[in-house]
Write a protein that binds this ligand. Structure first.
Ligand SMILES: [Zn+2]
Ligand SMILES: [Zn+2]
Length: 354
């Protein structure tokens, strides 16, 4: 593959794990025949952005530009692009590439690509430039049309950005485990992921119970859509729900006791983890053996399901609850995110980068 010509755009990133994010110039490729060139309007701030900027997963190459909750407008398309045209409102999530030939990719589960080729929007590998991919804290991004999503009309665009990671991360397991009417569904944690899980589970027709350690979040959880709220540090409240849940989505990234939640599942109930605590979580056998319960995980979603999720949000008017920030407020936003001091997702107004 010959290297396409490039052009320079403004971005916000970092050159070392301990450095704050700051303005920088980065190269984007001129669109190849299969590419869509996107002017970024809004970019959500995911906890992964912070892990990545600070090399907390150990694979960050610098300079690093985070951002994988991207909403923008198509500026130009390559000669072979059929699905998009200039002026379209589009989204880009966590993936900009995958091998496209393995069983997972063929089935539309690109997030589980078997090839080991990591097509991440940042920290992945750009085959065209032979360089690490750079994310959405930038003016433009250039992406193969197969990894670009349509944004349905009528949604607030800033509040739509977090759907591209927080939204699909919670939508996918709720769909996989067939959450629907007549079921009792738990969501652990009311953060960026948890508040989306509550909205989706409610829209799917389930009875939704939110678990939180903060009594101060009870009213807000109900406003977001929970039928019931359990303060998880209150053993009496927890015991009252023993053996009663069909499904629990655990969206907590901090260390916590998963066994307390496994005990709340019915026979054949499932709990799925979407958070990623730093250290392994101790899991006791008995809560699983009793009632044949299962514990599983789930990672974002593939391109077809992400489009399905966006279309569902368009039909039902679902978006994230956000706090808009300027690009130069990102370092403060990271510190606030570490304290869970955000309701419930920061979104960067990319006009502030100009
Ligand atoms: Zn994310
Ligand atoms: Zn693959």
């Amino acid at each position: 593959m010959s290297k396409p010509t490039c052009y320079s755009v403004k971005a916000f990133g970092t050159s070392a794990p301990s450095s704050p994010l700051g303005a920088m110039a980065i190269e984007r490729r001129q669109p190849t025949p299969a590419d869509v060139q996107i002017e970024i309007l809004y970019c959500g701030v995911c906890h992964s952005d912070l892990h990545f900027a600070r090399n907390e997963w150990g694979f960050t190459q610098y300079p690093a530009v985070p951002g994988h909750e991207i909403v923008g407008r198509v500026k130009a398309v390559g000669s072979a692009v059929t699905k998009f045209k200039a002026g379209d409102t589009v989204g880009v999530g966590c993936l900009v590439d995958s091998c496209r030939t393995c069983p997972s990719c063929r089935a539309g589960f690109e997030q589980y690509c078997d090839s080991g080729l990591m097509g991440g929007t940042y920290g992945g590998w750009d085959k065209h430039l032979n360089a690490p991919t750079l994310g959405g804290y930038s003016q433009h991004i250039v992406v193969d049309e197969n990894y670009v999503l349509r944004i349905p009309a009528g949604l607030d665009l800033a509040a739509t950005a977090p759907l591209l990671c927080a939204g699909i991360t919670t939508y996918s397991p709720l769909r996989h485990w067939k959450v629907g009417p007549g079921q009792k569904v738990g969501v652990v944690g009311l953060g960026g992921l948890g508040h989306m899980a509550v909205k989706f589970a409610r829209a799917f027709g389930a009875h939704v119970v939110l678990f939180t350690t903060s009594p101060g979040k009870v009213a807000d959880a109900k406003r977001v859509g929970a039928h019931d709220v359990v303060v998880s540090t209150d053993e009496k409240q927890m015991a009252a729900h023993a053996g009663s849940f069909d499904f629990i989505l655990d969206a907590v990234s901090a260390q916590h006791d998963v066994n307390a939640y496994l005990n709340l599942l019915k026979r054949d109930g499932n709990m799925t983890l979407v958070g990623a605590p730093e250290k392994p979580l101790p899991v006791a056998s008995f809560p699983l053996l009793m009632r044949r319960r299962s514990l599983s995980g789930s990672l974002i979603g593939g391109l077809p399901e992400t489009q399905e999720m966006l279309d569902f949000c368009g039909q039902h008017g679902i978006t994230a609850d956000i706090e808009m920030i300027r690009m130069d407020q990102i370092n403060d936003a990271y510190e606030r995110m570490l304290k869970s001091d955000v309701k419930y997702r920061f979104v960067i107004d990319m006009a502030s980068l100009k």
